[in-house]
Ligand binder design. Structure first.
Ligand code: DQA
Length: 150
């Protein structure tokens, strides 16, 4: 089974507790279970991780670049200002899908810009935990395309 990493940035482990009117009531543990199931449905072995540390997230992206592993990434607040994370993501050669639970474009102005989008294969935002399901669905096709073109 091909491996997919689902990586989450700061505060995402607070899902279900943190601003439920914005991010929903599904807990982080439930998100992990759902992603594992959705991945398996698409034929992937999904590993879900979360960190509040920019350095740790960057080290995971470096490892994904070295192993050509596809990534679904919710960069959380790093989305809006981490050029270091963007530079790491630019090194990925397998597909990268950026996801957001909320729709940052419909929120405060500082959330309108993503420094990650320009180096992602695409972005899915605004559908709560279903953003991750859609990202994993889309990866099936993206991986098939990238394998065909090799
Ligand atoms: C988020 C949106 C970001 O603006 C915010 O900082 C987050 C979560 C989302 O999933 O909607 O932490 O990435």
């Amino acid at each position: 089974m091909s491996k997919v990493l689902v990586l989450n940035g700061p505060n995402i482990q607070r899902l279900g507790i943190r601003e439920p009117s914005v991010y929903g009531t599904t807990s982080y543990d439930e998100l992990v279970e759902l992603c594992t199931k959705w991945g398996a449905d698409g034929g992937f072995d999904v590993e879900v991780r979360q960190t509040d540390s920019e350095a740790e997230l960057i080290s995971w992206i470096h490892a994904a670049a070295d192993s050509t592993t596809p990534v679904v990434l919710n960069p959380a607040a790093f989305t809006h200002y981490s050029y270091a994370l963007r530079d790491a993501c630019a090194q990925l050669t397998a597909p990268l899908v950026e996801v957001h639970l909320s729709n940052p474009a419909a929120r405060e102005e500082f959330r309108h810009n993503s420094v990650i989008s320009g180096v992602a294969s695409g972005t899915i935002a605004g559908f709560g935990v279903d953003s991750y399901r859609l990202a994993l669905d889309v990866l099936v096709g993206l991986i098939a395309d990238s394998t065909d073109s090799q």
